[in-house]
Design a protein around this ligand. Structure first.
Ligand SMILES: [Mg+2]
Length: 229
């Protein structure tokens, strides 16, 4: 069957990131001029780990309540850090600025992405994102000007299924109206992206920009995809 659909992983495929929830919270406190304690990231991670089942459930069942969930979680963290709960709304604002508004310090779009996506769309491919990410995936793509390129965006925490589970690929292809044999998936993770996609019946390629040259199964520059499809 001929190739009609191309799906992409997000983190370290479309955007560069070394995301960490606790480090981000510390950056927000820093922005508010609060001197951070080295123990706080540990406290934050412990609290988040404890709340993770609830966070997963919120992502899947009530993603529109995410802001309220984070506000409450932030208040709990502030209390554990010995800070005032009242700082929470300013911290949330700082977070929005850092992530989505004026600063956008993380999630830098790789230089080879927009050119590639634009050319693929001009050739008539339908494009999707399949990512192990939370409810904020759409927001990140939107704020980086990438949303317009994609017909379907699937975030694992919202769906309740993570890569490498074949179900996340099947679900996305159903929404795109394509069979696995008509689809190619590209990502940076050999297990989640390469083996996950292939076990669902898709073709797969890896991307690794640290390599000097591409191989049969790996691209060292996303623009090379245009010579392969
Ligand atoms: Mg990735």
């Amino acid at each position: 069957m001929s190739l009609r659909v191309i799906t992409f992983d997000c983190a370290n495929t479309l955007v560069e990131t070394s995301w960490d929830y606790a480090d981000h919270a510390m950056a927000c406190l820093d922005r508010l001029g609060v001197a951070t304690d080295p123990e706080w990231p540990i406290v934050y991670r412990r609290l988040l780990m404890r709340s993770w089942p609830e966070y997963r459930e919120m992502n899947q069942a009530r993603p529109n309540e995410a802001d309220a969930w984070w506000l409450e979680f932030t208040q709990v963290f502030l209390e554990h850090a010995g800070l005032s709960r009242d700082l929470a709304p300013s911290l949330m604002e700082a977070s929005e600025d850092l992530l989505y508004r004026k600063d956008k310090v993380d999630f830098r779009v790789y230089d080879d992405i927009v050119e590639t996506l634009t050319a693929l769309r001009e050739r008539g491919f339908r494009l999707g994102v399949i990512s192990n990410w939370d409810y904020s995936l759409g927001k990140v793509l939107e704020s980086r000007g990438l949303s317009e390129h994609f017909d379907v965006v699937t975030a694992s925490l919202v769906l309740g299924v993570e890569k490498p589970d074949p179900l996340i690929f099947q679900h996305t292809l159903e929404r795109l109206g394509a069979a696995p044999a008509e689809a190619l998936h590209i990502g940076d993770n050999p297990l989640d992206d390469f083996h996950g996609a292939r076990s669902a019946g898709l073709r797969a390629l890896l991307v690794d920009r640290s390599q000097p040259r591409s191989t049969d199964v790996m691209l060292h520059d996303m623009r090379e995809l245009l010579n392969r499809v």
